[in-house]
Design a protein around this ligand. Structure first.
Ligand code: SAH
Length: 265
């Protein structure tokens, strides 16, 4: 009996795999779960292979013992390194060839991470699997930036959405997102930021609502800009931010400024 709860586990053990789907948190290696850190540190060459994407920080890959094979399988906007089907097929074939696969995913595998799709493919192929949750960017990045996503007085709920543009527009439930006393956290929203802010205002959110964007949260490259919903896009285009960035909209952002002791530069 160890101190760890039994991991969520799929098919009965066979010679294949298993595949570990591992959330690696928002970037700072200190925010890995104990289980993720143990898995990384105990990977064994040549049996184990690591598949990672662009959100997995280099400092986390540095925890792997020397000689462990690692392959980049990530996607960037409009630059699909590996289509999802190919990636799932790769995991299955590696597992069937007897490799143990550590599939590292930024944040939590099931939050905007396509972890569900990858797991479906493993289940369909009968490959044994385990999953390790991670701290998702929404909570990890906001908290490290000093923004409480909920607050008894200011926000009784918090909604996570994707700001990814589909054909130049954002298909979101705007009337729901402009309800008061709610924090909205937007993943993948940098390119669509002007659309996001304009739509929230058009649907009734006060243009003076505090809003912040955090680039590379929890890492040494962290940068935070905060403004109002009306002013944030212009400020961001002047500052030249790049991904990954997380956007937070709501009164709690102003509280974050107070908690941090002023507006950071
Ligand atoms: N599964 C991941 C999210 C994948 S979608 C998770 O649970 O966090 C990718 C988006 O996550 C990025 O576009 C960005 O919006 C957000 N993100 C991930 N890491 C981040 C970081 N360190 N700082 C800011 N945003 C981050």
């Amino acid at each position: 009996m160890t101190g760890l709860a039994a991991p969520a586990t799929g098919a009965a053990p066979t010679a294949a795999g298993p595949v570990w789907l591992v959330g690696t948190g928002p970037g700072d290696p200190g925010l890995l779960t104990v289980r993720a850190a143990q898995l990384l540190g105990s990977a064994v060459p040549p049996r184990d292979i690591v598949l990672y994407d662009n959100l997995v920080h280099a400092d986390i890959l540095a925890l792997l013992p020397p000689g462990v094979e690692r392959r980049y399988v990530g996607k960037r906007r409009s630059d699909h390194a590996l289509p999802q089907d190919t990636l799932s097929a790769l995991m299955v074939s590696l597992a069937r060839s007897g490799r143990r696969v550590l599939r590292l995913k930024g944040g939590d595998p099931f939050i905007f991470g396509r972890g569900g799709e990858e797991l479906e493919a493993l289940v369909e192929a009968g490959v044994p699997w385990h999953i390790v949750p991670g701290i998702t960017a929404g909570t990890g990045v906001a908290t490290v930036a000093g923004i409480p996503l909920t607050h008894r007085r200011l926000a009784q709920s918090c909604t996570f959405v994707t700001g990814h543009l589909q054909d130049g527009s954002m298909d979101l439930d705007w009337p729901a997102l402009v309800r008061p006393r709610q924090t909205v956290v937007v993943y993948m929203g940098l390119v669509g930021l002007p659309t996001l802010c304009a739509q929230l205002i058009a649907h009734g959110r006060d243009p003076a609502t505090p809003a912040a964007i955090v680039q590379q949260g929890t890492t040494p490259g962290q940068r935070l800009l905060s403004a109002t919903l009306a002013r944030l896009p212009e400020m961001v285009s002047r500052a030249g931010l790049h991904g990954p960035t997380l956007i937070v909209v709501g009164e709690v952002v102003a509280l974050g400024e107070k908690l941090r002791g002023g507006v950071p530069d």
